[in-house]
Design a protein around this ligand. Structure first.
Ligand code: GLC
Length: 449
C-alpha cells in the first residue's frame, strides 16, 4: 500500500480542535438556545432492572440492537462472538437504513416517543451531544466505573465525541476518515492534488473496462457534507472558526465548491453521481467500474472480498488529494449507545462493553475493515494483516488529524443547511458564491436562535 504523507495544514487543524473544545464547553454552560440540561438518568434506572451493582443474572434476556446496513458481514460475527460468551443474552439485530440521516430520523421518532424497543444502537459521531441533550440515552459513567474501563486506552478524540456535559453517553466503536481508493493495475502514481486527480480521472477512464474515472458521495445527505468539509479544508477554508464564528463565506470555500462543481459536472463521473452515497460508490468500485473513489476505510474489506469484488489485489488506498492548503479527511466513526428507556440496561451495557472493547473492535477491524479506536490494536499482527491501512503508521496520523464536524446539539440543523446549499450548487441551481453566502447567513441564524 502507498500512503503518502501530505502537508496537512496542522495549524488549521489545531485551531479547529481548540474551537471544538471551546464550542463543546460553551454548549455545556450556555443553557440558552433551547438547550435544556439533560436529566441525570442514574437514579431513574438504578431502582429497576439495571441499577448500579446489579449483576447479570442467568435468566434469558433478549436485547434489541439497531445499526445501519452492514455490507461486510462483521456484525453477524460480532453478535455471535458475544452470544457465545453470554449464553443468557440473545441479541436481536434490527437493520436500519444505511443513510445516516434517515437512521437518525428513525431514532428520533422512536426515542422521542419514549419507546423501549431498541436497547443498544450504533450512533454516528455527530449524534451523542444531541441525543444526550434530548435525554434519549443512558449515561454510561456508572457502568464504566463499575467495570473499571480505562477510557485512556482510546484515542482521546473518539472519547470526546461521546462526552457531553461532562458525562460519557457513548463508547467509541470505530473511527473513520475519508480516503482515496485507486486501481493499482491502472494508475502509475496516484494524484497529489485535486487538479491531478481531475487530469488522471479523465485520462484513465475506460481502461480495464472502467466506465468512470472518479466516484464520490454527491447525493444530498450527510455524506455530501463530509465530502465538502474535505474540499473546504483542503483549500484552506473553514465552516466555523475557533471563535465560534461562521466563516464559511470565504474565497477558499468558494474555490472548494467550484472544484466540486467541476468534478460533478465532468464526463468522468457517472451521470447519476448526484444520487451516489457510500453504498453506490462501493458497489461500482468493487465491480471494477471506476479508477478512483473517495470512501471510508471499510471499503478496503469489500474491495478484497473474493466473493463480492472483481478487483481483489488491484486496489490501493492513499490520502485524499491536496488543495491549496494540503490534504484533509473528515473525521467520521460510530459509537455505541444505550436507549435511556431500555428495560435491560445491564445486559445492554455488557454488549456495548464487548463491541467497544478490544475483542469486539478486533472483529470489526478484521471482518469489517473499520479502524479501531484503541491505538494498541494497530500493533496487533492479526489486525495489521487484515487491512493494508492498519499496517501503516501514517494512517493513524490521518485519523488523528481528521477534521471533526461541530460537536453541538444543533449539528443536524447545520448539516441540513449545508446539504441543501451545496446540493443546489452541484445541480447548477446556484453559484458557488451564492452557496457560500447562503450557508453563512443560515448557519449564523441557526446558531443565534
Ligand atoms: C460514515 C461515517 C459517519 C458519516 C457518514 C456519512 O458512516 O463514519 O461519521 O456521518 O459516513 O455518510
Amino acid at each position: 500500500m502507498k500512503l503518502y504523507k501530505k502537508s496537512v495544514s496542522f495549524f488549521l487543524l489545531m485551531i479547529l480542535a481548540l474551537f471544538l473544545a471551546a464550542c463543546n464547553n460553551s454548549e455545556q454552560s450556555s443553557g440558552d438556545g433551547g438547550t435544556e440540561e439533560p436529566q441525570d438518568t442514574t437514579e431513574d434506572t438504578s431502582g429497576d432492572s439495571g441499577g448500579e451493582g446489579t449483576e447479570e443474572s442467568d435468566e434469558q434476556v433478549t436485547i434489541v440492537y439497531a445499526r445501519g446496513v452492514d455490507t461486510t458481514g462483521a456484525n453477524e460475527k460480532l453478535v455471535a462472538a458475544f452470544e457465545e460468551q453470554h449464553p443468557n443474552i440473545n441479541v436481536e439485530y434490527r437493520e436500519m437504513p444505511s443513510d445516516t440521516g434517515q437512521q437518525h430520523d428513525q431514532y428520533v421518532t422512536e426515542f422521542s416517543g419514549g419507546s423501549a424497543e431498541i436497547d443498544v444502537f450504533d450512533a454516528d459521531v455527530i449524534w451523542p451531544a444531541e441525543f444526550a441533550q434530548a435525554n434519549y440515552a443512558l449515561e454510561l459513567d456508572r457502568f464504566i466505573e463499575q467495570d473499571g474501563i480505562d477510557m485512556e486506552q482510546y484515542f482521546p478524540g473518539t472519547v470526546a465525541a461521546g462526552n457531553f456535559n461532562g458525562k460519557q453517553w457513548a463508547m467509541p466503536k470505530f473511527s473513520d476518515a475519508g480516503m482515496l481508493y485507486y486501481r493499482s493495475d491502472i494508475v502509475e502514481e496516484p494524484p497529489a492534488t485535486w487538479d491531478e486527480l481531475i487530469e488522471q480521472a479523465g485520462q484513465y477512464q475506460g481502461e480495464e473496462g472502467t466506465s468512470s474515472g472518479y466516484l464520490m458521495q454527491a447525493a444530498q445527505y450527510e455524506g455530501l457534507v463530509c465530502n465538502a468539509v474535505e474540499f473546504i479544508q483542503s483549500y484552506g477554508g473553514q465552516v466555523i472558526n475557533e471563535n465560534n464564528e461562521v466563516v464559511v463565506n470565504s474565497p477558499e470555500t468558494i474555490k472548494a465548491i467550484e472544484k466540486m462543481q467541476e468534478i460533478v459536472g465532468s464526463d468522468f463521473v457517472p451521470d447519476n453521481i448526484l444520487n451516489f452515497q457510500e453504498v453506490e460508490t462501493e458497489t461500482a468500485f468493487i465491480e471494477g467500474n471506476a479508477v478512483f473513489a473517495r470512501n471510508w476505510p471499510y471499503m478496503q474489506a469489500s474491495a478484497n472480498d473474493e466473493e463480492r469484488s472483481s478487483v481483489v489485489d488491484n486496489v490501493e488506498v492513499t490520502t485524499l488529494p491536496e488543495g491549496d492548503a494540503g490534504s484533509a479527511s473528515t473525521l467520521g466513526g460510530w459509537m455505541a449507545m444505550i436507549n435511556r428507556h431500555s428495560e435491560h440496561p445491564q445486559e445492554a451495557w455488557e454488549f456495548v462493553k464487548f463491541m467497544t472493547g478490544e475483542e469486539g473492535q478486533k472483529i470489526t477491524a478484521i471482518e469489517g475493515g473499520s479502524p479501531p479506536t484503541i491505538p494498541a490494536l494497530y500493533d496487533d499482527p492479526e489486525v495489521q494483516e487484515a487491512g493494508a491501512l492498519f499496517d501503516n503508521p501514517d494512517f493513524v496520523e490521518v485519523l488523528e488529524n481528521a477534521v471533526p464536524r461541530p460537536v453541538t446539539p444543533i449539528y443536524p440543523e447545520i448539516s441540513d443547511i449545508m446539504q441543501i446549499e451545496l446540493s443546489k450548487a452541484l445541480t447548477g441551481d446556484q453559484t458557488a458564491e451564492e452557496a457560500a453566502s447562503n450557508m453563512e447567513t443560515k448557519i449564523t441564524e441557526a446558531m443565534n436562535e
